[in-house]
Design a protein around this ligand. Structure first.
Ligand code: DGY
Length: 364
């Protein structure tokens, strides 16, 4: 039987109840654990109990487990720790609590993949051609630079927070100090790395209905995530990742019109942001690393981004405002380059360009 964990935020309770109801009524689910960023609120606990019916449900606050900024990583680590201490469940599922398209199928697909022998079932789904820009330009491209012979760059959604694990896989994560310290957005990068490194079989299960969820308005909403994902890669960089890696991939279905046509960030606001000059304190860093100079978006092709990413992986310092300003600007320019050059060609061509960029960096 399975424990389903929902990390959630109290400022985003939109479809929380619906998600708990769905999980609690699935025949493979023995209990549900909702892990919030704040102390449990009485109304939320009462709602969760009501919709869960006879299935045990707990609402708790995330514990302090990791040693970086307290964030999503602490919520996931709390879930892993509680699961390992609970002998009643033999599988652990994680889902964001705000997925509007969440249904029994998400759980069933993962259960089937584990029944078929995988250690990990990792959901993946189509995303808009302007979405997943940390995934593509940082995580997939960065892993292609660091571990070109491994399967890491092939994982569809290495930052995805929806997956199911066997007890052995959850234990392998808990036993890895790099996972256990990662209380922030770097958790997903590090989980994907650790699962591949420990030789777990990962089955990427395709979700045809996609993940409709709350979105961000501006790329600036993603700055912390960007820095913490980059830092996670940087820390893992010196560790070897062998070429073997057991990745099973479901065939993908068609892209829905809604995903194919959507632009997920505010392009005009992002261009306006570029009109603000970088602070003067960034000048020495830019002199030392001219590849990071904020040239026009047109300049940020694959060669330029590969070289810039190398410089970032070598030098970036999490929490240093100068490195963070320069890194954010470089990434925004790369995203705009992609938006200007490839997105107008349609979803298939834009996605092909993103995949091609990762392969070009991998071979460089
Ligand atoms: C990513 O890049 O995958 C992040 O979720 C932002 O879209």
């Amino acid at each position: 039987m399975s424990l389903v964990v929902f990390p959630f935020r109290y400022d985003d309770l939109d479809v929380f109840e619906r998600s708990v109801r769905i999980a609690a009524s699935h025949p493979s689910v023995s209990s549900v654990l909702a892990i919030g960023d704040l102390a449990p609120r009485a109304d939320v606990v009462a709602e969760a109990r009501e919709v869960a019916g006879d299935t045990p449900v707990e609402v708790v606050q995330q514990e302090r487990v990791g040693s970086l900024r307290p964030g999503k990583g602490d919520a996931m680590l709390t879930g892993i720790r509680r699961f390992l201490a609970d002998a009643a469940a033999d599988r652990l599922h994680f889902y964001d609590a705000d997925i509007r398209t969440f249904s029994h199928d998400w759980i069933s697909r993962a259960e089937h993949a584990l029944d078929d022998g995988a250690d990990v079932a990792k959901h993946w789904f189509h995303r808009a051609s302007t979405d997943a820009q940390i995934t593509w330009h940082i995580t997939k491209a960065g892993s292609a630079l660091l571990w070109p012979d491994s399967r890491y760059p092939d994982v569809h959604q290495p930052l995805g927070g929806e997956f199911a694990l066997t007890r052995d896989a959850a234990q392998a994560l808990w036993d890895e100090p790099e996972v256990r310290r990662r209380s922030d957005w770097g958790i997903d990068t590090t989980i994907t790395f650790t699962l591949l490194r420990s030789g777990m079989t990962i089955h990427e299960v395709f979700v045809p209905e996609g993940k409709a969820h709350g979105s961000y308005a501006s790329l600036a909403d993603l700055d912390r995530m960007l820095f913490e994902c980059l830092d996670a890669l940087q820390r893992l960089g010196p560790i070897e990742l062998p070429p073997s890696g057991h990745l099973i991939m479901d065939a993908e279905g068609p892209v829905t019109a809604q995903i194919a046509d959507s632009i997920v960030y505010d392009v005009a606001a992002t261009r306006a942001f570029l009109d603000q000059p970088l602070p003067p304190e960034t000048e020495p860093l830019l002199e030392a690393h001219p590849v990071l100079l904020p040239d026009e978006p047109a300049a940020w092709d694959n060669d330029r981004w590969g070289a810039a990413l190398r410089a970032l992986l070598d030098g970036f310092v999490l929490g240093d405002p100068v490195w963070e300003a320069v890194t954010f600007r470089a990434w925004v320019l790369r995203v705009l380059h992609h938006t200007d050059v490839h997105v107008p060609n349609g979803h298939p061509a834009a996605l092909a360009a993103l995949a091609h960029a990762v392969e070009a960096i991998r071979r460089s």
